[in-house]
Design a protein around this ligand. Sequence first.
Ligand SMILES: *Cc1c(COP(=O)(O)O)cnc(C)c1O
Length: 485
Amino acid sequence: MISKTPLIIKKSRVGGDYTDIPKNDVPTNEINDIIDNNLLRDSRIKLPEISEPEVVRHYIKLSTKNHHVDKDFYPLGSCTMKYNPKINDKVASDPMFSDVHPNQHINSIQGHLELQFRLEKMLNDITGMDNTTLQPSAGSQGEFVGLLIMQKYHQKNPKKKYIIIPESAHGTNPASVILAGFEVIQVGTNQDGCVDIDDLKSKVNEEVAGMMLTQPNTLGIFEKDIKLISSIIHDVDGLLYMDGANLNAMLGLCKPADMGFDIVHMNVHKTFSTPHGGGGPGAGPIGVVKKLSKYLPYPVITKREDDFNFDFNHKKTSIGKIHSFFGNTGVLVRAYCYIKSLGSKGLVNVSLNAIINANYIKQRLKESYIIPFEHGTMHEFVISAKKQKETGLKALDIAKIVLDYGFHAPTIYFPINIPEAIMIEPTETESKKTLDTFINLMLDIDTKIDLDLDDLLDSPKNTPVRRLNETKANRELNLNWKNEL
Ligand SMILES: *Cc1c(COP(=O)(O)O)cnc(C)c1O
């Protein structure tokens, strides 16, 4: 039985056992002499009165109620929930980085600028692109910036109004297209899980401004016709955008620019190790080919002799500034450390291990689950629980059972073109032992359907909250702070 944790305000005791601070021994002013009376609150602010150890225990308790990658396996497809080395956190929280004020004089932040300058070059190397901006705060903002760049590129050609997107695309792709003022054309998937080339050819015309494609795609499959796709799009002067959320499968193995992509975003928090989930800060740098560099957000960091500086030279052609100051710098420092500490060989091994881990699980799950696509699996894959659903257990039920064993659930019902989809991404940071435990659990679940379906449907039993009524939770959202967590 899991006990509820009352809100910290409910644990408050007036005059509680908190630490007394020494009496003030310097002259004081009355607050009313400094701030207008009508701006002052007329009662004391309600803060919890509670001792330091109780504060610590309260938050530690809460932190263990949520799943996180430091707690256990987190095979959430499309999210790359990998272990994040603690050394990166340590470096990013060094006051040299964390205490810098964004308005400091440029001479006093040369180290910071050098780090960003170098990170841009490293990301150029990884993607094969000519220039990179670190400003976007997330992959989705990178998409938006990429589409604004497409708009600038086509500004003299008002006919260009459509962006092609595969039906398996992540939801942020069509959302970014609409936000940027374009319209979506959807292209189908063939039996190999890749873009249907005939369908693509039938939809491309002079009004197409570009195409967004995830490589490897959201089924975890490498789009092997990418050169052909690129020429079809470029033939109508369209631009090819790579959603780089799956870059973890390609580090040092192949480069987006070599495949014909013109723009790519990188989800730094996925591929380059920043703890994420729960909406924490991220970064979504985008890289572009030379012909698009002048449209990138300004300013860019330039190096003259040994000095780093801001360059506003392309302000007139740029799409504008899209982030205050330097972007989410803490995340960028972590990415720099991660790339530097692995080196180019280490990065290749990241991808090779991510790929072999995914393929190992996929081969073993074949025994019991439908595998919609046999070939081309990279760092993640999709199985279908269609067979299990017929005997009473949906993909959602399987996800709930997985929680009872201390794992995070895989992604379910995505991509939407696979019925009862369960999408699994183990990442490179898991041992064979962990993978085997997960595989055995998934196989056991299937065996148990015939033996004890009711018990399976009763999950989750070991989580802080049992199965939620998801429809009710959406329709009658209750965020009252008086509720216990
Ligand atoms: C995560 C993801 C995104 C969005 O990236 P954010 O950094 O979360 O904004 C876009 N596309 C795919 C395929 C993703 O997995």
